[in-house]
Each structure stands twice: as C-alpha cells, then as structure tokens.
Design a protein. Structure first.
Length: 449
C-alpha cells in the first residue's frame, strides 16, 4: 500500500510539474502578447540612455570646424532580425522590403561586414546570391562606419535625430528606443575612433503642438546622458567652448506645420535656459536664406533667428546639378554667403553632396543628379576652397534612400523585374570616401596625392 501510495504521489507530482510548465508557458506567451499590444512605453524608450563609461579618446575635446569636414549620419536603417522589431525600416515601405516595397536607390557594399552584421533580404544579385544589408542598431556596424571616417579623413558626424520620432504621441515608442541606441552607438564609436560627433535635430514633420514634447526629448538627453557635458565623453563636438547642437529645418517655405516663432523658442532653450541651455547652435537653413528667396521664406524674422545661432549651414542638396565655374555664379554665391555670415558674427558651413536620386522612394527619374564619377562632388570642394572657406558638411554618410551616400556602395546591386538600383559606376566602393579625404586636404591647403 505504501508503494502504491508513493507511485500515486509521483504521478501527481509529474502531472503537477507538467501543469506548472504549461502555466508558465502560458504566462510567457501572455507577456509577449501584452508587450506586442502595449508596445514600448516612453519611459522604456529612454531607459537605455546613460552617461559614458570612462574611455580613452584618440582626440579629446574636439573644438571648432575650421579645417575639418563633417558628415551627416542618418543611422536609421533597421533589418528583420536585428532585435529592434521594426522590420526593414528605411530600406522598404512599412516594415516590408521587396520589389514593391522599396525606398533605396543605392545598395551598400557588404563585403567588409562580418556575418553577424549581415541580414538577408528577398533580393538576389546577378549571380543568384542572396543580397544582404546592415542595421544601424548594431554597435559593431556603427563602429565600422566611424572607423571608415577615421581611415579616410572625415573628422566626424552630425548624428541625425528626427523630431517626429520623439515629439509625437505613439502607441509604442520602439522607433525612439532604437534611435536612442543609435545615439549611444555613435557616442561609443566616435570616442573609440577619435572622431567628433554632435546631435542634429531635424524638425521635418513637426507641428507647433509638438514642440513641448521636443523640449521634453532634449531634457531627457541632457538628464540621462549629460549630452555635451559628460566629462567621460571626450568626442562630443564643441564650438567656442560650448557643446554644439544643430537644428535643421528653420525657414523653409515648403508649408511646414510649425512657425519661425516655434523654432526661435527651441533655439533659446538650447542656448539660454539656465538648466537645459549653455549650448552653441548650428542652424540648417534654406539655400536662399541670405536673400530670403528660392526655397526660403520671405519673412525677415528668419534673419533675426539666424543671428541667435553660432553657425549657419544652407542646404544645397538638389539646388544645383553642376558647378558653374565659367560664369562664376557658384563661387560668388558662396563668397556672398560667407561674407553675410562674417558680418553677422556667424560661422558659415557650406553643404556639398555627390549626387541625388530618389526613384524608388518617390517614383522620380533614376539618377536625377548624376555623380559623374565623382567630378560633381570634387568640383564643389574646389568651389568651397575658391571662396576662401576651410570647412564643409558632407551630405550624407549613409543616405542611400536619396543616393547622397559617401560610404561604401555596391557595383553589384540586386537585379530583377519591377525595380532598379544605381551602381557605383564601376568605381571602387570607397571612391567617395577617398574623395572626401582629399577634399579635406584641399580645404586645409595641404598637398594632394
């Protein structure tokens, strides 16, 4: 009887154990479902931000722009399986990435990436091999990009932060969480490779009602990261002794949902607020800012706002498709912009870019502004130097949606029906990085190879 009772108890124990396993599995499944339904909370999205661990930077406390070239780093690419849960964000439309859901015109050259940085797609190369892409939430990949900047002579990056990611109300803040991780990755990579970095807010897509939440985002970055003031972060770019923050999208006449007054208040917060200010400010403004024409608002209030800043950088992408040396108009415009800035106590940072195409994103003509083997890009360096300017903003490092990328791109993009990519015109994948380094030497008056 005792033996029989023991057998019954063991059977009950096994049944109980199986029931508990099922119960725990159900709880885990319910938890996963709740996370899926509830998404990432705002607090969770910011919880990964922290101050830097003490590290040795190759080039501590970088300051100023003279004699340096900076690039714009989007860092917005995500891939299925990278842990961000955003699918192929910015490669395709929605979370999908295929012939009918496609936004990029250039394909990244993946030959140097390690296997754990590569993510398979539905596309195939001419030889039938599966085409792969990278993800910007991978610290190893971001570090690789900053290594390239170091190897080819690009001094650093303005890390893009789109206001709509943080200043809108969302069911889930998974995009914000991933963007915060990107910013941390850039901080670590800049310090590890002796590059500079600075935050650049892009105001595109914001409405006037969003600016209070934009202020909240800035305060979170200052409070949680000590962005710009962290003594362990030796790579953050300073200008005239103050940490530099860029604000892009001030004064354009393209029916933006915010006013000049909204941008002015935000700039004053960055510069003058006793708790959250103390920054130097760079403004990304229209190409026609000086005369309040072309792509610029005609409101003279724009000039008042610009004079609050420290650096002015007019957006030139798409504004011209060749450098007219014969008439001299290109160089004259640069000189007049520089003089206007100097007369108003401002630094002038011209933008140069290698070409432009957004065929797969918007359906426009493929290769709308051709690269012409790098001659268009190089001519802009020559124009900047001729205008007596020693610095430039290279637009952009990794922008393959609009085909302005200067990083390594492929000569063997995927092929198939219903889509088309640009290639690198048979040039080496690093051609535009090499030109960028040579352009830096030209601006500095150094001997070119």
């Amino acid at each position: 009887m005792e033996w029989a009772g023991l057998m019954i108890d063991q059977a009950r124990l096994r049944a109980y154990s199986a029931s508990m396993k099922l119960f725990v599995s159900c709880l885990l499944l319910m938890g996963a479902l709740m996370v899926s339904l509830l998404g990432v909370s705002l607090e969770e999205a910011y919880s990964n931000l922290n101050t830097a661990t003490k590290m040795k930077s190759v080039r501590p406390n970088p300051s100023g722009l003279r004699g340096r070239v900076m690039t714009g780093y989007q860092g917005w690419f995500r891939a299925e399986g990278d842990g961000a849960g955003m699918g192929f964000h910015h490669y395709g439309k929605g979370k999908k990435f295929g012939p009918k859901h496609l936004t990029i015109d250039l394909w990244p050259d993946m030959s140097e990436y390690d296997d754990d940085e590569k993510f398979k797609t539905v596309f195939r190369h001419k030889d039938g091999k599966i085409a792969e892409v990278f993800s910007s939430v991978k610290a190893k990949t971001v570090n690789r990009h900053f290594q390239w900047m170091k190897n080819y002579g690009v001094d650093g990056a303005f890390v893009q932060r789109f206001g709509v990611v943080a200043a809108k109300n969302y069911h889930s803040y998974d995009h914000l969480k991933a963007d915060n991780q990107k910013l941390l990755n850039c901080r670590e990579a800049a310090n590890a490779n002796g590059r500079s970095y600075a935050l650049m807010y892009d105001l595109s897509g914001l409405k006037s009602d969003d600016f209070e939440r934009l202020n909240r985002d800035w305060k979170n970055l200052r409070r949680r990261m000590k962005l710009g003031t962290d003594p362990n972060d030796q790579a953050y770019l300073k200008y005239e002794g103050k940490p530099l923050v860029a604000v892009w999208g001030v004064g354009f006449k393209d029916d933006r949902g915010y006013s000049l007054e909204d941008t002015e208040k935000f700039i004053r917060l960055l510069k003058n607020n006793p708790e959250w200010g103390g920054m130097s400010v760079m403004l990304g403004v229209p190409f026609g800012f000086r005369e309040l024409g072309r792509d610029s608002t005609s409101d003279e209030h724009l000039h008042k706002i610009i004079k609050l800043a420290d650096i002015v950088s007019p957006w030139s992408v798409g504004r011209y498709n060749h450098v007219d040396f014969q008439s001299g108009k290109h160089v004259v415009n640069l000189v007049e912009d520089r003089r206007w800035c100097e007369n108003n106590g401002l630094e002038y940072l011209p933008v140069i870019y290698p070409g432009f195409s957004w065929h797969n994103m918007n359906g426009d003509k493929l290769d709308a502004i051709p690269r012409r083997g790098g001659s268009f890009y190089w001519d802009q360096f020559v124009g900047v130097r001729a205008a007596g300017i020693e610095t430039a903003y290279l637009a952009m490092f990794d922008e393959i949606d609009e085909a302005t990328a200067i990083f390594k791109v492929s000569n063997d993009p995927p092929v198939g029906e219903g889509f088309q990519f640009l290639n690198n015109e048979g040039l080496p994948p690093d051609h535009y990085l090499k030109l960028s380094g040579q352009g830096r030497k030209l601006l500095r008056g150094e001997v070119l190879k």
